[in-house]
Design a binder for this molecule. Sequence first.
Ligand SMILES: Nc1nc2c(ncn2[C@@H]2O[C@H](COP(=O)(O)OP(=O)(O)OP(=O)(O)O)[C@@H](O)[C@H]2O)c(=O)[nH]1
Ligand SMILES: [Mg+2]
Length: 215
Amino acid sequence: MSGPLQLEFVMSGAKHTQLPDSLVEIAVAGRSNVGKSSLMNALANRKSLAKTSKTPGATRLLNVYELQPEGSGKWVVDLPGYGYAKAPKHEQERWARMIENYLVERDTLEAVLLLIDGEVGPTALDMQSLEWFRHIGLPIKIIATKQDKVKPSKLGARKQEVAKKCGVDKSDIRWVSAAKGNGIPELRNEIHTMLNFEPEYDEDSDDGGQEGGEQ
Ligand SMILES: Nc1nc2c(ncn2[C@@H]2O[C@H](COP(=O)(O)OP(=O)(O)OP(=O)(O)O)[C@@H](O)[C@H]2O)c(=O)[nH]1
Ligand SMILES: [Mg+2]
């Protein structure tokens, strides 16, 4: 099992075009308040690497975290949440555009962790996102959050129900609790595997696609 992910904050951007190139990255997506930033902190075993809040809308930009050593080009990107109904409509639309453009256009995006609230289950908006990710062909890993909020006696049935709604096998969903740590070591391993993905040799590149080049 991996220990905490050695993640450090690199930068925030309002558009993916403002971000420098990465080697490979995975994004953490899901509706507002589902626990994306809390999950970042749990993965890194840090209290305030990412800003979290009881109030939805804590994350408003694309926040880039890099797996150390610095300059590795291996990123985890914490996204703003979708569906924050209290935000002004033009803000909501701007966020949705920012996230969609990022997800569609970011060439080095390897996979998306789609977070679903394990206590609430998949909402209509979650289902829309899931279908959209499938439609554009982005590899997704479904993560059910806040496992500690589900009574242990109900957990088995809930896992079955969430998997059924999402149209996947129960074993395809990683259940986690950022608060209690359940499922976090397993998810760290999975992220390590995804980020160590080496792009195929690129004939146009004179460095053979090796990491550790210019920053
Ligand atoms: N009980 C429990 N609460 C959690 C867990 N993960 C997150 N929370 C709480 O859920 C609330 C939202 O968490 P955030 O991590 O800020 O959520 P987010 O998805 O980043 O939200 P936005 O940035 O608004 O999109 C906070 O009050 C967290 O403490 C968990 O595993 N268990
Ligand atoms: Mg957040």
